[in-house]
Design a protein around this ligand. Structure first.
Ligand code: SAM
Length: 275
């Protein structure tokens, strides 16, 4: 697998730990332990203290809720997980009967995920199609080949990917999503702030990422403006630790929005407006 694909085991390991909290857990992912091996728990241990475990739990729940609410409020029946990794939402969430989910990621990652889920006897709760591609190339033809219809509104979920892209790749990716988005399409995405790419607070974490060949390259301090520049209107922007993303283990104070420069992460729902 590509180096960056091991980060999918890492997020699966965080989801496994959250699931272990039982009644306190903010979601349940019973497939996560099997998908996290072999490197997920090792990567979590290496980066313990960076707030990443509660962050991944909060992000997972935020996007679970976003998917439920956006599908309930809009006539959207195709959902694309861009860089799906070891995410198991097609297997653990409830979906409209006529929905189709596309999981896009590198071929090796998707093959390994399929092998493990088959071993577990996991059954998807929705029509699920894999799209094995490199997102840095021209991947829309493969998505369309798998049945995706650009004329219909789409919910795109881009979780845990944007910071691994260069600024140019990030903007290009959101442009590609826009080019395949009919009116009424939505996006769920997370970003880090620029400070997280350079602050002393995250130095050791960044060094670890670089050592593993998966540096963080892209961040934004103004997610609303950034998204607007690529055709998306932010409808909800949250930071972990805000009341609606509450998690008893969130270790940091939420900084006032008008304070420039702190390390932040953004959880965002946006609507396609084009332009
Ligand atoms: C941190 S994981 C996130 C996975 C999943 N969305 C989650 O939140 O658990 C990053 C994912 O991005 C995928 N990825 C990164 N760059 C990619 C690329 N150029 N093409 C396809 N997949 C890519 C990796 O394979 C990996 O599965």
């Amino acid at each position: 697998m590509e180096a960056v694909s091991y980060t999918a085991q890492w997020t699966a390991a965080a989801r496994a730990l959250e699931t272990e909290r039982g009644d306190l857990a903010i979601f349940e992912d019973r497939f996560a332990p099997a998908l996290a091996a072999p490197r997920g728990f090792e990567l979590l241990e290496k980066n313990r203290g960076s707030g990443l475990i509660p962050f991944i739990a909060i992000r997972t729940r935020y996007l679970d809720d976003s998917i439920r609410e956006i599908l309930a409020e809009n006539d959207i029946r195709q959902i694309v997980f861009v860089a799906a990794g070891m995410d198991t939402r097609p297997f653990r969430l409830e979906w409209p009967g006529d929905a189709t989910v596309y999981e896009v990621d590198f071929p090796a990652l998707l093959a390994e995920k399929r092998r493990r889920l088959t071993e577990l006897g996991a059954q998807p709760k929705v029509t699920r199609n894999e799209v094995a591609v490199d997102l840095r190339g021209d991947w829309l033809p493969e998505l369309k080949g798998a049945g995706f219809a650009p004329g219909r509104p789409t919910l795109w979920i881009v979780e845990g990917l944007m910071f691994f892209l260069t600024p140019e790749q990030a903007t290009n990716l959101l442009g590609v999503l826009g080019s395949a988005s009919a009116p009424g399409s939505w996006l769920g995405v997370d970003f880090v702030s620029r400070a997280l790419l350079r602050s002393p607070f995250s130095r050791e974490f960044r060094r670890n990422l670089e050592e593993d060949g998966t540096p963080w390259l892209f961040g934004t301090d103004e997610p609303e403006e950034y998204l607007a520049s690529v055709g998306w209107k932010a409808r909800d922007v949250k930071e972990p630790g805000e009341p609606t993303t509450a998690h008893e283990d969130w270790p940091f104070e939420v900084q006032p929005r008008d304070r420039k420069g702190p390390s932040r992460s953004w959880l965002v729902r946006a609507e396609f407006v084009g332009g």
